[in-house]
Design a protein around this ligand. Structure first.
Ligand code: DHE
Length: 523
């Protein structure tokens, strides 16, 4: 959707100047019910407060029927109370209709430098906490486990396999938390745009800021100096100073003809000293240099985005280099040298973009909607391969990274979400996230390219997302359930070692593997 066109259409809508347009009766009732019952926690403008934002863009993943159920019965383990004894079914229906409307103000809510800046809190300014861990566990072998069930994160000692700390996070974290290269800080993003910085050595949240209204993910430069936020709403990329999360620059994501775009995802490319973002509504990939001054190649590509900047002071100017892609990219992945970007578009077409020449050098027709964000690489003999599960078909594709041809398809019991391995492990693990076998976890022999074991850690419950410890000794699996657990397996014998109870644990992220760019995990 063209942001500019939509905005003009809304401006021209009857009643958009001055008085708001006349509301259909159900919406008017919903608006009034909202103000009486919900505004205190979700904000009078529905942008979120103690509770999450209730705008259509933030609700796309929640079917209306389930939203009605949450209003009626509340949400367990959160502060969301049940309204079933206060509101009738018709009133709940009016409320649901209201919150799924485009926006409460009949225009896109602004979220620029001013709003971002005003949301910042810095309980522990950079440099104010001691420079040593307050625990005796190996800080490189910690795991951060995100528990979606009650919006908490647990810090797990990867040697003793015991939790050492648990804290409340923002509502609905999504995407992998990102570490600074020294392993001390971890940055989280919530779907509602909140970015939190956590000091793992002192076990404290040090700063928070709301960088968007609907956010995809974040990327962090290895020194922890810059954080790049990819937004769906508004159509922006936001650069934060990693020290206290001060906003540095808001870059509108806009094509030459004024078409604006959501950002599919952003990742850091450390050897290139840049962030790389794929766009969902423009056939482009953007590379944003964090070097100061930027490398020569960037000069000629610098584009005036009328970027909304704070006092840039000593920070980099963040020029954008734009590459043409074949179609709109949803998901992507880099080769280990960050020379190529491998992306997939909505229709499942894969492409390989040479990041130096800016050209598409190969296309891949993999079908089945590969989930490349979860792709991993390893060597089969001398050959470097990329393996990816698919979100719409029960298969794992193995692709030769020189010829860019698929060399094998491994049939699985259903579509998968996450795939993982470790340099020291002979196996790659892939979940079956959808369908009747979603309690299954396949273990693939990385040389034979065959499934050698199918585990069912909790029959009937989804088991998903594996992460290895620093040494590749253990593989940790999430049981995706309110009465869930992280199940620890011996990564060699595939025998269960222990279960650590958790509330719908989703991803887990080992400090060493992430900061050392292990080829078996996401970065
Ligand atoms: Fe994710 C990572 C996109 C739905 C859990 N997911 C990512 C990333 C992208 C992405 C681009 C990589 C970002 C990063 O790590 O920095 N996810 C999408 C979608 O487009 C999709 C299919 C639809 C959507 O509405 O966003 C989607 N994702 C989900 C879920 O439904 C999951 C299972 C539950 C949830 O949290 O909402 C989910 N996604 C995750 C997790 C990661 C992730 C746990 C991090 C994986 C990792 O190990 O790095």
């Amino acid at each position: 959707m063209r942001f500019a066109t939509l905005f003009v259409a809304l401006l021209l809508a009857p009643g958009a100047h001055g008085a708001p347009p006349e509301e259909p009766p159900a919406a008017a009732e919903g608006a009034s019910l909202y103000q009486q019952n919900c505004a205190q926690c979700h904000g009078p403008d529905r942008l979120g407060a103690m509770g999450p934002a209730l705008l259509p863009e933030n609700l796309v993943r929640l079917p209306r029927k389930r939203a009605a159920g949450v209003i009626r019965e509340g949400r367990p383990a959160t502060q969301m109370p049940a309204f079933g004894d206060r509101l009738s079914a018709t009133e709940i229906d009016a409320l649901v209709q209201y919150i799924y409307r485009f926006t409460p103000l009949h225009r896109l809510p602004p979220w620029g430098m001013r709003e971002i800046d005003a949301s910042q809190t810095v309980p522990h300014p950079y440099g104010s906490l001691p420079d040593r861990p307050v625990f005796d566990a190996d800080p490189w072998n910690l795991f951060v486990v995100v528990e979606l069930g009650d919006h908490h994160a647990t810090i797990l000692d990867g040697d003793r396999l015991e939790p050492i700390f648990r804290f409340k996070t923002r509502f609905a974290l999504h995407g992998g938390p990102k570490y600074s290269a020294d392993g001390r800080y971890v940055f989280f993003a919530s779907r509602d745009g909140w970015i939190s910085k956590f000091d793992l050595w002192n076990l404290r949240v040090t700063a928070e800021i709301r960088a968007g209204i609907n956010t995809r993910n974040i990327a962090v430069s290895p020194d922890g100096r810059y954080v790049m936020v990819a937004n769906y709403l508004p159509h922006t990329l936001v650069i934060l100073d990693g020290r206290n999360l001060d906003p540095i620059k808001v870059i509108p994501v806009e094509g030459g003809d004024g078409t604006t775009s959501r950002v599919s995802a952003v990742y850091s490319a450390p050897p290139r000293a840049s962030f790389i973002a794929a766009l969902k509504d423009l056939p482009e990939v953007w590379e944003i240099s964090w070097e100061n001054p930027p490398p020569a190649g960037f000069g000629q590509w610098i584009h005036d985005y009328r970027a909304d900047s704070g006092d840039l002071g000593e920070t980099a100017p963040f020029p954008v280099r734009r590459f043409r892609a074949e179609g709109f990219l949803d998901d992507f992945f880099f080769d280990p040298d960050y020379w190529h970007l491998i992306g997939t578009s909505r229709d499942g077409l894969g492409q390989v973009l040479d990041l130096d020449s800016g050209r598409v050098v190969a296309t891949l027709d993999l079908g089945g909607m590969p989930h490349l964000g979860s792709g991993i690489t390893w060597r089969v003999g001398d050959r470097l391969v990329l393996a990816t599960p698919h979100l719409k078909e029960g298969k794992v594709s193995i692709i030769d990274m020189e010829s860019w041809k698929p060399i094998k398809e491994i049939t699985t019991l259903g579509p998968g979400f996450f795939m993982r391995s470790h340099e020291k492990s002979p196996y790659a693990w892939v979940d079956v996230f959808f369908g009747p076998d979603r309690d299954a976890m396949h273990v693939i022999d990385k040389q034979k390219l065959e499934i050698v074991e199918t585990l069912r850690p909790a029959p009937g419950k989804t088991s998903a997302h594996v992460e290895f410890d620093r040494y590749g000794r253990y593989a940790l699996v999430s049981i995706w359930d309110m009465d869930g657990a992280v199940v620890v397996y011996d990564a060699r014998t595939l025998k269960e070692i222990k279960r650590i109870p958790m509330k719908k644990p989703s991803g887990k992220y080992n400090v060493w593997n992430k900061t050392h760019l292990s080829t078996g995990t996401s970065h």
